[in-house]
Design a protein around this ligand. Sequence first.
Ligand code: AMP
Ligand code: MG
Length: 300
Amino acid sequence: MSSVKGFHFNTICEISAQADESLLEEALSLCPVFERLMSRFIEGSDVWNLNHAEGLPVQVSEHTLEVLKCADALSSASEGAFNIAIGAASKLWRFTDAEPVIPTSEQLEKAIFELRNFSIRFKDAGVIIPAGATIDLGGVAKGYACDRVADQLRERGVTNGILNFGGNVVTIGTHPEGRPWKVGLQTPNAKRNESTFAAVESVDSAVVTSGIYERCFTRNGTIYHHILDPRTGRPASTDIVSATVLSSDSMLADALATAILVLGSSLGLQLAKDYGVQTALLTTNNQLTYSAAMPLTLTE
Ligand code: AMP
Ligand code: MG
């Protein structure tokens, strides 16, 4: 097995597979390509162009278009719990900075107004969003990239591999020993990769987890995390600590995991059911609820 690692989409992206390291490096080099299209921080990216278009149509790459269409569908299906216009709020909190900021109520009111009035239109002339809106694809772009990188590896003949882009896992074929890959679900607040509470079996599918213990900070005893409720612009406060989605489509799983965290367990489970995907939800009272068909085993 060879392994390669890089820092993209503000997280560690790792590929391990039975293949030459050079093949894995080549596949990993797609990450900065997608990042340059979908990061809101990179001047000239599709997302940057949309955020600065003042309501005019913008021609975007086929990749960005696919992600925007998935996000738009998810936004409707989740009744706005998933909303890429969340950029209006996330740019205030600045979770990716060394020193995140707690926005004022006034700032959040303005962000909520933008979120409520957001719409996206797909025209021949390009994609149109309202002037002043700020798109943030942080909840879905990694999932898309992970699928495309896995596709390239499959095309190059890789038959056994695993990709982990910051909790967004895609498996190719089986483990080299012929058994399914086992994707560990992280114990909240434990050091990354050091403790898991369960494992999900995966063959050629995606296992994606969103957690409120990722990218968070504590101020005056309150924990603030990066998954925001579009109705308030503040960290989503539901009964869920982490949501894991198993699906053949990693982009969909990524968006769904984020949406479920905002919706809470009862609406979240319904959304997963509507999409025919399996989920495992860890709740604030430390209960694990998972779909009957989820191939999950608890860690001893
Ligand atoms: P994930 O780790 O996939 O759950 O994505 C979290 C990221 O998604 C955040 O860092 C934001 O960039 C973005 N995000 C936060 N809240 C939402 C939301 N309600 N809808 C869509 N994207 C969101
Ligand atoms: Mg997500």
